[in-house]
Design a protein around this ligand. Structure first.
Ligand SMILES: [Zn+2]
Length: 199
């Protein structure tokens, strides 16, 4: 056999095999409808916000992480994800917790700065967690929402050495300069801080 002629044909076969393998590599995930998971918090589903709605960074090296900021969406869970994915909206949060079952979506990497507090200093040094609901509709604050959110906040506090108290786990309403009132008077802070400490 002439080796100089057999080698190119072998390369063609290998190249063809490699190309044919690509769809198989992609199929299982797409067929199952599985979404990629968060790398920061494994129980969360990765639902990335538009890169126009957050700032790439390298926290906690670029900015120390000192606070968790609690929000209420004033939107449905699905609409909140859609807003974060819309590059015109200029808003995002790291996580969104669904009311009915406490399901968690991550929209911005913890290393990056999400635009949720309306205050650059607080944005750079915090993780923002949105909760599906309305400040005047306490029924949205379900046991599942409190429990799954508290587990998430506990994991963030453990990771970055943030104290699990009200000085470091604050509401959006407590951010200097904000006109937002969330999470509002129906949010049970005593219960939440207790859950974070015993998560
Ligand atoms: Zn808010």
């Amino acid at each position: 056999m002439d080796r100089s002629r057999s080698q190119p044909s072998r390369r063609r076969i290998l190249k063809g095999a490699a190309l044919a393998a690509v769809p198989y590599a992609l199929l299982p995930a797409t067929r199952a409808g599985a979404r990629p998971l968060s790398t920061d918090y494994p129980p969360a589903e990765w639902q990335p916000a538009s890169s126009s709605n957050c700032t790439t960074s390298s926290r906690p090296t670029s900015y120390s992480l000192d606070r968790v900021i609690i929000h209420v969406t004033q939107e449905t869970y699905a609409n909140t994800l859609a807003i974060f994915q819309n590059p015109q909206k200029k808003v995002s949060a790291h996580y969104v917790v669904r009311s009915a079952d406490g399901h968690v979506a991550q929209c911005v990497r913890e290393a990056d700065v999400a635009w949720h507090a309306g205050n650059w200093d607080y944005n750079t040094h915090s993780i923002g967690i949105e909760h599906e609901g309305w400040v005047d509709k306490p029924a949205y604050f379900t046991d599942a929402l409190y429990e799954r959110s508290a587990k998430l906040t506990a994991a963030i506090c453990d990771k970055y050495g943030i104290p699990k108290d009200r000085a470091h786990i604050i509401g959006h309403a407590e951010v200097p300069g904000t006109d937002h009132t969330d999470p509002g008077p129906n949010w049970d802070w005593v219960r939440y801080i207790k859950l974070v400490n015993f998560a």
